[in-house]
Design a protein around this ligand. Structure first.
Ligand SMILES: Nc1ncnc2c1ncn2[C@@H]1O[C@H](COP(=O)(O)OP(=O)(O)OP(=O)(O)O)[C@@H](O)[C@H]1O
Ligand SMILES: [Mg+2]
Length: 317
């Protein structure tokens, strides 16, 4: 769907921000880019919708070079959430969200309906918020508007640059959950930049770890956790032997219906073995002394591993 073929970006000051990247992002994939400040994440993202011009290589969307697209066609069909909130200050919240649908000439009632649904989705009561100006909203509320604005015209691709960074942990978790649900329902291709490994593990179908303009590792959350390709990745994810010592399967078991059919594991299985099996199966049924005592999901496992890391203060973010 989106392919990078030997793509580099060198800024005028000779700074090589992105260095010979090869990458294939699949249709419907939730692709998370993570790495330290200055490693080239924003640059990589902005090259996709031509906000930044690449200096070498080729980016293609659905097989067609981005340079061959009409710029409007490209931008209108790619939702974009900037790292800094950038709502139009003189326009109401409703008009801010409606920018691209207006450009695409949607009907007025259709636009109004869409705006209401989007505001509701992020917990902003339409009657209360739609006619306000951005400076009458808190920073976190503005950020939520920024997120739904990117979804407004139902684009195929959504680029999100640390969209939840200014939110409190509760709103942040809620928006992450909403976004996951949304992506499962409508299968958008999402390229999401994050500083936060917990967030990356939770959201990503695949995670791309960057350093100094290059890709260090790409893999599923399980692969990144199980087989970090080097010490940099290990340190970044903050998952060390400790996770294996404190693991207790009972902490992450959830109740399941008796007649659910699933791959079954023993409550005595090692963390390593459970990770291997979760790489194959979305969730596992857990047997103890002949009874099925519950189930574990990938999500619950990843949350355990990530929480363990962040609690020890080793995760950047
Ligand atoms: N317009 C510019 N001109 C020159 N250098 C730039 C420009 N924009 C970014 N850079 C440099 O390119 C590198 C990559 O920047 P980029 O914004 O892509 O990083 P990032 O990974 O998004 O960082 P952060 O996590 O802090 O947002 C940095 O070293 C930065 O200083
Ligand atoms: Mg950035």
């Amino acid at each position: 769907m989106i392919t990078f073929d030997n793509v580099s970006k060198k800024y005028d000051n000779d700074q090589v921000a992105v260095n010979a990247i090869n990458l294939e992002i699949k249709k419907g994939e939730f692709f998370v880019i993570i790495g330290p400040s200055g490693c080239g994440k924003t640059t990589l993202l902005k090259m996709i919708n031509r906000l930044i011009h690449l200096t070498e290589g080729t980016i293609r969307i659905n097989g067609k070079r981005i340079s061959d697209y009409n710029i409007h066609e490209l931008r209108w069909n790619i939702g974009y959430v900037l790292q800094q909130i950038a709502l139009f200050p003189h326009m109401t919240i409703e008009d801010n969200i409606a920018v691209v649908p207006e450009l695409k000439k949607w009907s007025h009632p259709q636009i109004q309906k869409r705006v209401r649904a989007l505001l509701e989705m992020v917990g902003l009561e339409p009657d209360k918020y739609s006619q306000r100006k951005p400076n009458e909203l808190s920073g976190g509320e503005q950020q939520r508007v920024g997120v739904v604005r990117a979804l407004a015209a139902d684009p195929e691709i959504i680029l999100m640059d640390e969209p939840f960074s200014a939110l409190d942990p509760i709103s942040r978790t809620k928006l992450q959950d909403d976004l996951l649900e949304l992506q499962r329902a409508i299968q958008k291709t999402i390229v999401f930049v994050s500083h936060d490994m917990h967030e990356a593990l939770k959201l990503g179908d695949r995670i791309c770890v960057m350093k100094d303009g290059q890709i260090v590792q790409i893999g599923s959350p399980q692969e990144i956790l199980q087989q970090p390709s080097n010490d940099f990745v290990k340190e970044f994810i903050g998952v060390k032997e400790h996770a294996f010592n404190v693991f207790d399967i009972h902490q992450i078991i959830e109740p399941i219906a008796n007649d659910d059919v699933a791959h079954t594991v023993s409550s005595k299985d090692s963390l390593q073995s459970l990770l291997h099996q979760l790489a194959q199966h979305e969730w596992l049924a857990v047997e103890e002394e002949g009874d099925i005592i519950g189930g574990i999901t990938r999500q619950a496992m990843l949350q355990f591993l990530a929480k363990d890391a962040s609690q020890r203060g080793e995760v950047n973010g």
